[in-house]
Each structure stands twice: as structure tokens, then as C-alpha cells.
Design a protein. Structure first.
Length: 277
């Protein structure tokens, strides 16, 4: 009998990380719930989990920079990705109406993404919490009347909540990209690789970044993301985190070798299959 993979997520059952795990992993797995992203990383480093799901960027809020740093600093590998449409549901214990709700608890980002909806309900007080799904769990566990949560449809199902309003986010096309990461394990076979996440540091010279971008263009790589972060303890120097896609691995390999020569520091954060939405 095949051993179940152990998958770590940040957040409780019903969180968007849990939704991604259910949709990405086709076979049955054991779920490891972690309180923070740091705990998620430690579950990998301590061999408690085989793989983890970690949000990297949102189409509204942008990059989740601390998570890139966690992957980089802990020598983790990105082995996959999944883009999920984020639909926020307003939920509460069954038998209530929106008019009965005095407070809504959720993660600050969820509250921010739904602010236009709550402008129509000024009597509702918004309360920040650490996790979307955990607030649904807490309301159910304590049978809290008059308190609502913003969370996923899956959270409503798991915790027996009634959805009072669906898809209440202001911007309906709201997508979060999640990385599938590991500490140790099998790498993706070369024939399935068409996307890579790279980090490089360049000397502080005019045109150094432009030269790297020219290499990417000449080798037919499509730059889908670029993010710069200051190098710690080296003022004025920056590390660049880039995502590239490609159709030909040989062209990518050539670019990778050239960039490694041009950069003062070069690192592959992951090589994997691009998610097709």
C-alpha cells in the first residue's frame, strides 16, 4: 500500500491553503495544520511534512515577500504551483440574517478585499483575526450568535456555517498563486519543466540588470515576474527574484549558465511545471 504524503499548510482546515492542497494533490494525503508560515517551513526542515503549500502572490495585494525570503533562507525548493480564484463568503451560524450580524472576523487581507461590501452594512464592526477558516471554526465551536466570518465555501461546509452572502470581494477576478515546496525529495523530470524561479545578485554597475534581461530575451525566456529586495547588511545592493517560462529546456539551460557567470550570486529556487488555469 502506497504511503500517504504528508502535506503542511498555514491555516486551518477550510483555509485557502487547504483548498489548494485538495485541488493540487490528486491522491489522498495527510494534512498537517500549521499556525504560521514559519511553522510550515519547520515542518519540512524537521521531516514532519513531505511537501507544503505556501502563498506567494495575490493579483490585488502583490507579492508576499516574507515567503520568498523563507524559501530562499531555508534552502527550500519550489516543485509546483497552483493559482486559485479567491471567493470570499460571509458566513455565520445557521438561522441568522445579515441584519443579525454585529461583528465580522477574518484575516486583514480578506477584510480589505471586501471593504466595499461592508460599506453597505455600516452597522457591522470588522475585527481582524489571524486566519479566515479558523474564525469559522471558532464561531462554530463556541456557538457565537451575531458573529460572522469571511472564509471559503469549503470552510462553511466543514464547520456547518450558513453563507449569508457569496463572492463579496470587491474585485471579482482575485487570484492567489501558491507554491508547492519541499526540503528534500525528487526533482521534476526535465521534460516536464517549463517554468523556473531564480534569484541572482548583480554588481552595482550601470546596465548589469539590462544585460541579464537581454540574455533572457535572446534565449527565448518569458519573464513573468521580477522582484528586487535589498541584500541584508549590504546597503545599495539588491537581490532579484524572477520567474521565467519557456518552451525549450535547452534554451533555458543556456540562459541559466550565462546568468550564473554574470551574477555575483546565483540560485535556483525551483524548476517545475507551470500551472494552466
Amino acid at each position: 500500500m502506497e504511503k500517504k504524503q504528508k502535506i503542511a499548510i498555514q491555516g486551518n482546515q477550510g483555509s485557502f491553503h487547504h483548498v489548494v492542497a485538495n485541488q493540487y494533490f490528486k491522491s489522498e494525503f495527510s494534512l498537517i495544520v500549521c499556525h504560521t508560515f514559519e511553522d510550515t517551513v519547520m515542518s519540512l526542515l524537521n521531516n514532519v511534512a513531505d511537501l507544503a503549500v505556501m502563498a506567494l502572490e495575490n493579483s490585488i495585494a502583490g507579492s508576499i515577500i516574507p515567503n520568498y525570503a523563507l524559501i530562499d533562507q531555508n534552502e527550500l525548493q519550489i516543485v509546483g504551483e497552483y493559482s486559485l480564484s479567491i471567493n470570499h463568503q460571509l458566513m455565520a451560524l445557521p438561522g441568522q440574517k445579515i441584519e443579525d450580524i454585529k461583528e465580522v472576523h477574518s484575516h486583514p487581507m480578506a477584510l480589505l478585499q471586501c471593504k466595499d461590501f461592508f460599506h453597505q452594512h455600516p452597522n457591522i464592526r470588522l475585527v481582524e483575526a489571524e486566519d479566515t477558516a479558523d474564525e469559522a471554526r471558532r464561531i462554530d465551536a463556541n456557538q457565537l450568535q451575531g458573529i460572522g466570518a469571511i472564509a471559503s465555501q469549503e470552510a462553511a461546509h466543514i464547520y456547518g456555517m450558513e453563507v449569508l452572502a457569496s463572492s463579496i470581494q470587491t474585485i471579482k477576478n482575485n487570484v492567489t498563486r501558491f507554491a508547492i515546496i519541499q526540503s528534500l525529495g525528487k526533482l521534476i523530470p526535465q521534460e516536464f519543466i517549463n517554468k523556473a524561479a531564480l534569484k541572482f545578485i548583480l554588481d552595482h554597475q550601470r546596465g548589469s540588470l539590462a544585460a541579464v534581461l537581454n540574455v533572457m530575451s535572446d534565449c527565448q525566456l518569458n519573464l513573468t515576474k521580477i522582484q528586487s529586495l535589498p541584500v541584508i547588511q549590504t546597503p545599495g545592493k539588491y537581490a532579484f527574484f524572477v520567474d521565467v517560462t519557456f518552451d525549450n529546456f535547452t534554451h533555458y539551460e543556456k540562459a541559466r549558465k550565462l546568468i550564473a557567470i554574470m551574477a555575483s550570486e546565483f540560485k535556483i529556487l525551483g524548476e517545475y511545471t507551470k500551472h494552466q488555469r
